[in-house]
Design a protein around this ligand. Structure first.
Ligand code: NAP
Length: 258
């Protein structure tokens, strides 16, 4: 058997920050091939055509166990080693838990937590020294968020899981970084159920997708388990560690944030 092909695998590559990550990975000399995953195959084909490196498209729903089995088979059948895994597939519905309802609440957990965990479990055996995992959490991970409760809780899971996994994989010199962006202008807001909210968030300030991706890759290179970009995100993190959460929620309510 010849030397293994070094690959990057991106879930959520058809849009937003997942798509953005493909660009710097395309110019990373440590990577031979990029595997692109999402449901919209035509989008992945367009992205593949724009990249210089060879690509493999594994289209499908990451929450579907048949897609997960297929990913496992592709890794088994191809002589590859994963250098970079980016877990970006995710979504969030806004509203009260009651408004969002049983199916959408469960789906957010299936996609943001369960599928991400399964993809990591499938991929880790194909990673070795120098490998890196970047999991998309959010600044929402730091605090409970009424009217975004399940989404924020899923991102707290991603943060906690990623930091623990980082420790577990340290002896293998594999880095796991939880990426915690503020809101970014992507298709994310088309799926929240409240797309109009983007205009009020724009006034507070959005993070730029390419800057979030570049910072996340820098933090991963420095073997850090968390990546934050803006001062405001760092401020939220510090406040959430100092002040009691019920008090922060009380202030948020008083100033009309929730
Ligand atoms: N935008 C923000 O404000 C923001 C802030 C903090 C964190 N994040 C996190 O960043 C990540 C990426 O979000 P984004 O802003 O880039 O949003 P986006 O533009 O909507 O991208 C989401 C990606 O996930 C894929 N996806 C969704 N459901 C999937 C499924 N069941 N199976 C496979 N792929 C699926 C989508 O592709 P298909 O539809 O083609 O399947 C798309 O490529 C998410 O985890 C999100 O929670 C976003």
């Amino acid at each position: 058997m010849g030397s293994k092909k070094s690959i990057a695998l991106i879930t959520g590559a058809s849009s937003g920050i997942g798509l953005e990550f493909a660009k710097p990975l395309d110019s990373d000399p440590r990577i031979d091939e990029i595997w692109l995953c999402a449901r919209r195959e035509n989008r992945l084909q367009n992205l593949a055509q724009s990249l210089n490196k060879s690509t493999k498209i594994i289209a499908g729903d990451v929450t579907d166990s048949q897609w997960q089995d297929r990913l496992q088979q592709e890794l088994e059948q191809n002589n590859v080693q994963i250098h970079t895994l980016i877990n970006s597939a995710g979504m969030g519905k806004k509203g009260t838990v009651e408004e969002i309802g049983r199916d959408n609440n469960a789906y957010m957990i299936d996609l943001n937590c369960r599928a991400l965990t399964v993809v990591c479990s499938i991929c880790i055996p194909y990673m070795s020294t120098g490998g890196r995992i970047l999991n998309l959490a959010s600044v929402a991970a730091f605090l409970p968020q009424p009217k975004f409760a399940v989404y924020a809780a899923t991102k707290s899971y991603v943060l906690s899981y990623s930091r623990a996994l980082h420790k577990e994989l340290k002896s293998k010199q594999i880095t796991v970084t939880a990426v915690c962006p503020n809101p970014m202008e992507t298709e994310f807001f088309q799926h929240t159920g409240k797309p109009q909210e983007i205009s009020s968030i724009k006034r507070i300030g959005l993070e730029q997708v390419e800057k979030v991706a570049a910072q996340a890759l820098r933090r991963s290179e420095r073997k850090k388990d968390i990546s934050l970009l803006s001062i405001s995100a760092k401020f939220v993190r510090i406040v959430s560690r100092i002040l009691p959460h019920p008090f922060i929620l009380w202030i948020e309510e008083k100033i009309g944030l929730i």
